[in-house]
Design a protein around this ligand. Structure first.
Ligand code: DAK
Length: 261
């Protein structure tokens, strides 16, 4: 159990449920929240009791409505650069956590909020969710890798349209363009995220983590280097008890009982 001012944390049978908790400011990310997220990522990376992470926003209106504009308003260029570096560090840690991370997007995911959702492995959206990168309406560019992750997720043309216009898109459109994996009714959001987490937890844990590492490593490099990395992690699986159990269970026509070893 971890205690924070701006995050609500609970571990529900191996699923860490983390809510950004500043509902009065639509969960906008201020520096204090970012530092707490940084600390939490360091702890989760070492936490053997957590198999999957679900990230969401408190309240029924917002996932995260962006970086905190009131805090950014008076920043100098140097402070802006430090803020950008902190956010990028935290989002990179989140993206590279050993555990799979599911964003349960319950409402507005704008600016830094959309970027936060994109740093997660999988996004499940409520029908009420809205996405966008409105930075250009504020005279800035995205600073937490929105220009990079959005283009990788939805392609160059659509990313540029979203970035240049600052328009919001609804959950159905986000699904259509591949920004979210699934859209569900608001009241079903957490159940859908937990169901996906539970399904992932039934699979061989080491293999799941190696899949994550292979996708993340591979997408940042060329196909040849990526497939070489895949061959390495594939080979590593044969050093696990779970590979023996998984294949024995198939041959014996029974359900596999994985131990994460
Ligand atoms: N920051 C601070 N407060 C926010 C906020 C935000 N991003 N979003 C909402 N709030 C606050 C509102 O000020 C209001 O506070 P009170 O007036 O009640 O004190 C409260 O949350 C409720 O919001 P509204 O009254 O506005 O609620 P509505 O339903 O009318 O509108 C809205 C909801 C989401 C459409 C609206 O709040 C809105 O447009 N919010 C701002 C969305 C936005 O522009 N987000 C992007 C922020 S920019 C970088 C680093 C980082 C970034 C960029 C560069 N570098 C270092 C290079 C990141 C930038 C961003 O994320």
């Amino acid at each position: 159990m971890y205690n924070y001012q701006n995050l609500v944390y609970e571990n529900e049978n191996g699923i860490a449920i983390v809510a950004i908790n500043r509902p009065k400011a639509l969960n906008a990310l201020n520096a204090a929240t970012m530092r707490e997220l940084n600390d939490l990522c360091d702890k989760l990376a070492q936490d053997k009791a957590v198999q999957v992470v679900i990230l969401t926003g408190s309240g029924d209106k917002a996932f995260v409505a962006g970086a905190d504009i009131t805090e950014m308003q008076a920043m100098s260029a140097i402070e802006g650069r430090e803020w950008g570096k902190l956010g990028q560090l935290v989002f990179n840690k989140l993206e590279n956590l050993p555990q799979p991370v599911i964003a349960a997007v319950n409402g507005f995911a704008l600016g830094g909020g959309c970027e936060l959702a994109m740093a997660c492995d999988i996004r499940i959206a409520s029908e009420k969710a809205k996405f966008g990168q409105p930075e250009v309406t504020l005279g800035i560019t995205p600073g937490f890798a929105g220009t990079q992750r959005l283009a990788r997720l939805v392609g160059k043309g659509l990313a540029k349209e979203i970035l240049y216009t600052g328009d919001m898109i609804d959950a159905a459109e986000a699904y259509r363009i591949g920004l979210v994996n699934k859209v569900v009714a608001p009241e079903e959001l957490m159940a859908a995220a937990k169901a996906m987490a539970q399904k992932i937890m039934m699979r061989a844990p080491v293999a799941v983590r190696l899949c994550k590492a292979a996708v993340n490593e591979g997408l940042d490099t060329d196909l040849e280097t990526g497939t070489a990395y895949e061959a390495e992690v594939f080979g590593l699986c044969f050093a696990t008890e779970d590979q023996k159990e998984g294949m024995a269970a198939f041959v014996e026509k029974r359900k596999a009982n994985f131990k994460g070893k």
